[in-house]
Design a protein around this ligand. Structure first.
Ligand code: OOB
Length: 544
């Protein structure tokens, strides 16, 4: 059922017995991403698919642009099964590039728009990508695809296709590469069980790990998300979170909207002022947000004047939502809340629209599929009863069985029965709703963006003045968590400022959201019994 080539290159397939069961249960359908778009455009051809500022595309137009751009990529030598790194702000052009790649059976590797050359180079190597497409927002000072010196730092990398697409007021102008000489090639019929794309995991060790999702498993999760969020062709979805994040893509995300023939409106600016005016202008009915953004919206001085009556549902996920904030959503925004606890690796839980308010306020709901298996286990791996908190493990019809090409990491991230060890801590309540209470993995969740402390520590350690460093997340009323670096200097009486550290890291070209928000100079760390820096307690000895 799975592609030999995928397996050879590092895709861990579903075990045969489970694969056959999911297939027989009708979960995995015989459709890939471009076939989905083709089916929807045949039904909703003239309907508005996507809109940003003054630019918009109907479903038919989106499909035709994708076919032309895909054919152009084919002409440039991109083949089916090739991986291509893409990076984009929330603009219409992204959708043409995405479905253009799917049209020819190529696979996008999704980066966050905030990623810098440091991340892009590593992701390109690990995915063995053959290309890099960078979409730039109009009037934004960003880098060009050519600014990244792949060839120089990685002489063996066969990265030969690079393109910068400048989003502008005209879609034709942005895609001026498509010309009369671009002959349409037939759409590639990728197997629904082949790898569709690679998503990035927040990662707990060093660099982000690559998450391979198949067309069928991913589109099953989209279909189930549509069911629980009640999307329909009349839904008007606002996209505020980064367009390439798993939450934005599939829970229910723009794929859920496309699945339903709905219209998607893009925002490149997440400020309440801008979002409120888009909601009013377009009659937005649904939006997905992280807790830090909902906090900003609820406390915005603009809220009083805003007319948000069309807004029906807000999905909030990506990080823990405090019950006080959850309660304010209905009171202040007049919209229904759906909590979402999900992960790019697969499993997604939603509170249901008809759940009791206590369930919606205090739990993260139930998994999408009746065959999502969730285990709560203790330190020894033994299952715990409902209401007892432990480590959250999961497997199911749309959860990966391994990171791409990472056998070593996989041996630590999956147990013998194939359950993914999420690194989250929580319990199932008496009604089997999941409640996430904490996290065991070494990760900072800064406004929904995941940061791996050891990655930042290693970079700061390369600073000439630094002897040792420990990076932790500290509670923050706005961001949920902010990043703090405790630093021991080689020369105890010397100085190093937050600005120095940030400038140093920026020179390493890392993503801006990973820069520390705070530093502390200390004389020593406290250590656990096994000799690890004790990150749980703020007992580092401040400089005397
Ligand atoms: C979503 O996906 P990722 O891959 O960026 O992050 C997953 C991690 C989870 O393991 C958990 O640690 C945290 O983010 N998380 C939550 C949460 N939702 C995600 N922690 C507490 N409460 C929640 N509601 O973040 C993601 C993917 C699909 C849908 C929604 C979120």
């Amino acid at each position: 059922m799975f592609l030999e080539n995928d397996i050879k290159n590092g895709f861990v397939p579903f075990p045969q017995d489970r694969a056959e069961y999911y297939q027989a249960s009708g979960y995995w359908e015989n459709e890939n991403h471009i076939q989905l778009l083709d089916r929807i455009r045949k039904q909703y051809g003239n309907q508005l698919a996507i809109c940003q500022d003054d630019k918009s595309l109907s479903y038919d137009e989106l499909y035709h642009y994708a076919a032309s751009y895909g054919s152009y990529l084919h002409q440039q030598g991109i083949k089916a099964e090739d991986f291509v790194v893409i990076q984009s702000p929330n603009v219409v052009e992204f959708f043409v590039v995405l479905f253009g790649l799917y049209y020819i059976g190529a696979r996008p590797v999704f980066c966050l728009n905030g990623h810098g050359a440091y991340e892009i180079e590593n992701i390109a190597i690990n995915s063995r990508a053959v290309g890099y497409i960078k979409i730039n927002q109009e009037n934004q000072p960003t880098t060009d695809a050519m600014d990244i010196s792949f060839g120089f730092t990685m002489p063996n990398l066969n990265l030969w296709f690079r393109q910068t697409i400048k989003s502008s007021s005209s879609i034709d102008q942005a895609f001026s590469c498509i010309n009369d000489k671009t002959m349409l090639v037939p759409k590639y019929e990728a197997s629904p069980h082949s790898v569709a794309f690679l998503q990035l995991s927040g990662g707990t060790t060093g660099l982000p790990k690559l998450i391979p999702r198949t067309h069928a498993d991913y589109l099953y999760s989209v279909k189930k998300s549509v069911e629980v969020t009640d999307l329909s062709a009349s839904t008007k979805q606002l996209i505020v979170l980064p367009v390439m994040h798993n939450f934005t893509m599939s829970s229910p995300g723009f794929l859920g909207a496309f699945y339903s023939g709905a219209s998607v409106f893009l925002s490149t600016d997440s400020s309440p002022k801008n979002c409120f005016s888009l909601i009013e202008k377009h009659g937005i009915t649904q939006v997905s947000l992280v807790p830090s953004l909902i906090n900003l919206w609820i406390n915005s001085p603009q809220l009083e004047q805003a007319d948000l009556k069309t807004l029906e549902v807000i999905q909030v996920g990506g990080a823990k939502l405090l019950p006080e904030l959850a309660e304010a959503i209905d009171q202040k925004l007049g919209a229904k809340l759906q909590q979402v606890y999900g992960m790019a690796e697969g499993l997604v839980n939603f509170t249901r629209l008809d759940d009791h308010s206590n369930t919606v306020l205090f739990t993260q709901g139930k998994a999408l599929s009746k065959d999502d298996e969730i285990l709560i286990v203790d330190e020894e791996g033994s299952p715990l009863p409902n209401e007892s908190a432990g480590f959250i493990l999961t497997r199911g019809p749309y959860t990966i069985n391994g990171y791409y090409n990472s056998p070593l990491v996989n041996s630590r991230s999956f147990n013998k029965e194939g359950f993914y060890i999420t690194g989250d801590i929580g319990y199932l309540d008496s009604n089997n709703n999941i409640v996430v209470t904490g996290r065991e993995k070494e990760q900072i969740n800064r406004a929904g963006e995941k940061i791996t402390p050891s990655e930042i520590e290693n970079l700061i350690l390369s600073h000439a003045q630094v002897k040792d460093v420990s990076v932790v997340g500290v509670k923050d009323s706005l961001l949920g968590e902010r990043t703090k670096a405790s630093i021991i200097l080689k020369e105890p009486t010397s100085q190093l400022s937050l600005r120095d550290v940030r400038v140093f890291l920026m020179q390493k070209k890392i993503a801006e959201y990973k820069l520390p928000d705070e530093i502390e100079l200390v004389d020593d760390f406290t250590y656990t019994q096994v000799g690890k820096v004790n990150k749980g307690l703020s007992t580092n000895k401040a400089r005397g």
